[in-house]
Ligand binder design. Structure first.
Ligand code: SF4
Ligand code: SF4
Length: 82
């Protein structure tokens, strides 16, 4: 699952939004509403539960700002004992 986007690295290029097949990410304006132009844009995680850990966003990010946990790194929610 996508874990984190380092906003100090993100330059708002939008590559990760275009590469995500499941609509997890959006570009949003950074900063306070009253700040003067030009605004900067940052990628944000809006639907984390839609992520299936394909890592396309992390691979396409040219500043290595995205951290995705591999599906095998996620512990199972419970163990079934028989
Ligand atoms: S690809 Fe990287 S730099 Fe570009 S918007 Fe996404 S997180 Fe930001
Ligand atoms: S890992 Fe794949 S599904 Fe998850 S946010 Fe990145 S591109 Fe989208």
């Amino acid at each position: 699952m996508i874990e984190h986007i380092d906003l100090s690295l993100c330059d708002g290029c939008g590559l990760c939004i275009d590469s995500c097949p499941t609509d997890v990410l959006r570009l949003m304006e950074a900063g306070k509403p009253w700040e003067v132009e030009p605004k900067t844009w940052k990628a944000v995680i809006v639907y984390p539960n839609e992520c299936h850990s394909c890592r396309l966003c992390a691979i396409d990010c040219h500043v290595d700002a995205i951290r995705v946990t591999h599906a095998l790194e996620i512990p199972p929610p419970f163990l079934v004992h028989r």
